[in-house]
Design a protein around this ligand. Structure first.
Ligand SMILES: C[S@@+](CC[C@H](N)C(=O)[O-])C[C@H]1O[C@@H](n2cnc3c(N)ncnc32)[C@H](O)[C@@H]1O
Length: 212
């Protein structure tokens, strides 16, 4: 397994290592959605963002490779009184049952091996409604800190934009996040990325050039 987090969730059944409050990225993305939007949260972990989306009135599917993570997520949803459809499995191999208004991931899709990514993105795009949104936070190769033996094909600058050719890029920002999950304070370099699919009848967006 490339990701160490299943092991960590099994080790910490009573606590939420990512917390129970939503990420700031989830809050930002939620503001872009229509009411009752259909949301897919890839690598949802212990459920903090899936549960937040459900509390906004969205119809949410949360996917994670870790059964222990999903068990915590399920508990959080019950405690908050919201319904989420939980799926355990490899996000790159699951079949998604219906089209979505939002496909979202926070800190998760960099675990999908680079060799699988072209097919992965094309499958995700094929289950997205016209005008729908994809939003990802990924680790990039600018500042590499390997944690708990994880195996990551770090995203390169521009890799996400290339995967979303023809989509309108709404937001793209590089940054650093502080982390100390392994007990040593460190940083990861990240890119946050939000893009909108062409609306019905549109052929695809022309991106503004760097000079504009
Ligand atoms: C850094 S955690 C982020 C969890 C959650 N998105 C959050 O922000 O709280 C990354 C998550 O991706 C999950 N993951 C890694 N590889 C996966 C895969 N191939 N399919 C599904 N989930 C995966 C891990 O189990 C872990 O829960």
């Amino acid at each position: 397994m490339r990701s160490p987090w299943a092991r960590e969730y099994r080790r910490t059944p009573e606590t939420y290592i990512w917390g129970t409050e939503p990420s700031s990225f989830a809050r930002r993305v939620a503001a872009l959605l229509p009411s009752a939007a259909r949301v897919l949260d890839l690598g949802c972990g212990e459920g903090r963002d899936s549960v937040y989306f459900a509390a906004q009135g969205f119809h949410v599917v949360g996917v994670d490779a870790s059964r222990a993570g999903i068990a915590k997520a399920r508990r959080l949803a019950e405690a908050r009184g919201v319904r989420v459809r939980w799926l355990v499995g490899d996000m790159a191999r699951l079949t998604y049952p219906r089209p979505f208004d939002l496909i979202y991931s926070c800190g998760a899709i960099h675990y999908v091996p680079r060799l699988q990514r072209a097919r992965f993105f094309s499958r995700l795009q094929s289950v997205t409604l016209a005008g729908g949104v994809h939003a990802h936070v990924v680790f990039t190769d600018r500042e590499v800190y390997v944690e708990k033996g994880e195996v990551i094909d770090y995203f390169t600058p521009g890799e996400l934009a290339a995967a979303y050719a023809g989509w309108l890029i709404l937001h793209r920002e590089e940054g650093r996040i502080a982390c100390s999950q392994d007990g040593t304070p460190h940083h990861h370099s990240v890119e946050s990325f939000i893009a909108r699919a062409p609306a019905q009848g549109e052929t695809g967006a022309t991106q503004p050039s760097a000079k504009e």
